[in-house]
Design a protein around this ligand. Structure first.
Ligand code: PAF
Length: 280
């Protein structure tokens, strides 16, 4: 595995690999089974796999602690090596965002709801970094987890709007055996908080089940999910909703493909999750 830290070196490398089918997995490191599943999928379908590790300052708000974000550099490199990654791109913040950096990319409507309400500058940071990474790596396929469902839709929209020539591949959320979606943030949970953390997936699963059993009244589904969450102590709901799977707009009734989205706060840890369901 080749580790590239410089943008210039990556560009030179990319020119040499013009004919390869390149699969790209952008990450912020602290790799877990969720990331590894994306890498394996890329490995299966592409001749060359590039992973980036870059803790993107632009997607953190001043109240979110960028310096506290985990950076287990050596073990991340080892995991990438074992997973058969060809190139690991780890640019420095100074080179990626030089002092005179002044261009951002913003997907307007899709970025505003749900996560956008609680983290108003987050998606602009994500779409800016992902655009830069896609321009550098120029992958045939780019792999993103369903776990960050709104991020996935925002990036898909951006790629379409800007005619970026890459296929965005959605990969299923990987969960612990009790249902908790894997996230780099789970490592911040205390033992007790870890027990409360399953509440979100329990509530969402219950919502999916009620849709499967024919419930189409969104308010009733949301109320029953909320009741489940309220049974867990120390869990604060940020949002919990059933919405259109493509636009993320709210619906009075379940119709076609919907996504059940939720965000909770347990102590200082913020967790998000989602599940897809099909209505009539
Ligand atoms: O999902 C993430 O880890 C990040 O938002 C991403 C896509 C790597 C951009 O920094």
């Amino acid at each position: 595995m080749r580790i590239i830290r410089s943008i210039r070196v990556l560009q030179v490398w990319r020119r040499k690999y013009a004919t390869q089918r390149i699969g790209f997995v952008p990450t912020m490191g602290a790799l877990h089974e969720g990331h590894l599943s994306l890498i394996r999928r890329a490995r299966k379908h592409c001749s060359t796999v590039v992973v980036s590790i870059f803790v993107n300052p632009l997607q953190f708000s001043p109240s979110e602690d960028l310096s506290r974000y985990p950076r287990p550099v050596k073990s991340d490199q080892q995991l990438c090596r074992e997973a058969g990654v060809d190139v690991l791109f780890c640019p420095s913040s100074e080179e990626f965002y030089p002092k005179d950096f002044q261009t951002t990319v913003k997907v307007n409507r899709l970025s505003q709801s749900w996560e956008g309400t609680f983290r108003p500058t987050h998606f602009e940071g994500v779409t800016t970094v992902v655009t830069k990474l896609l321009c550098l790596v120029r992958p045939n396929r780019s792999y993103f987890g369903q776990k960050d469902y709104q991020q996935l839709l925002v990036i898909k929209h951006m790629v379409k709007d800007l005619n970026i020539d890459t296929k965005i591949v959605r990969c299923s959320t990987i969960r612990e055996s009790d249902g908790l979606a894997l996230s780099s943030r789970n490592r911040y949970l205390s033992e007790n908080q870890r027990r409360q953390a399953i509440s979100l997936s329990v509530a969402l699963r219950q919502g999916v089940q009620s849709i499967k059993h024919g419930q189409t009244n969104v308010q009733m589904i949301q109320n029953s999910m909320q009741k489940i969450l309220e049974k867990f102590s120390g869990v604060r709901i940020e949002y919990l909703a059933v919405c259109d799977a493509n636009t993320l707009s709210t619906l009075p009734r379940v119709k076609g493909e919907v996504v059940l989205v939720g965000a909770i706060q347990i102590g200082k840890v913020r967790l998000i999750d989602n599940m897809l369901a099909k209505g009539p």
